[in-house]
Unconditional design. Structure first.
Length: 117
């Protein structure tokens, strides 16, 4: 009986990595906890933008009658930079500021490379 249990445990240890392990490897994080805090940071940032978007639209006078292209332009010029700042803020609160600072630098270098071509 004990031999079968050992075989079963070794099969569990040889299974392919799950999604959290893949994220940890891709983002070069040190632990599963760090993966959790990074994901929480993304979630909190998304919810923050969700709650801030409508009041900012109202403050700027953007309504449903505003043409789509103008709403999109306003979104790109205001909401996206706010998202980036909130990402750094939430990252700081969750102790992941360095990760998100590097994340932002990579993002902006990729965006900049589009315009340098």
């Amino acid at each position: 009986m004990r031999g079968n249990n050992f075989l079963f445990m070794s099969q569990l240890n040889n299974r392919p990595p799950g999604w959290a392990q893949k994220l940890q490897d891709r983002w070069q994080l040190k632990s599963g906890w760090q993966v959790l805090f990074v994901l929480l940071t993304f979630a909190c940032t998304g919810f923050s933008v969700l709650f801030l978007k409508e009041p900012l639209y109202a403050l700027a006078g953007v309504t449903d009658e505003t043409p789509f292209w103008l709403r999109s332009l306003y979104y790109c010029c205001t909401i996206l930079p706010i998202y980036q700042l909130l990402l750094l803020g939430w990252g700081f609160l969750f102790g992941q500021y360095r990760f998100f600072w590097n994340f932002e630098r990579k993002l902006f270098s990729r965006i900049g490379s589009i315009f340098r071509r």
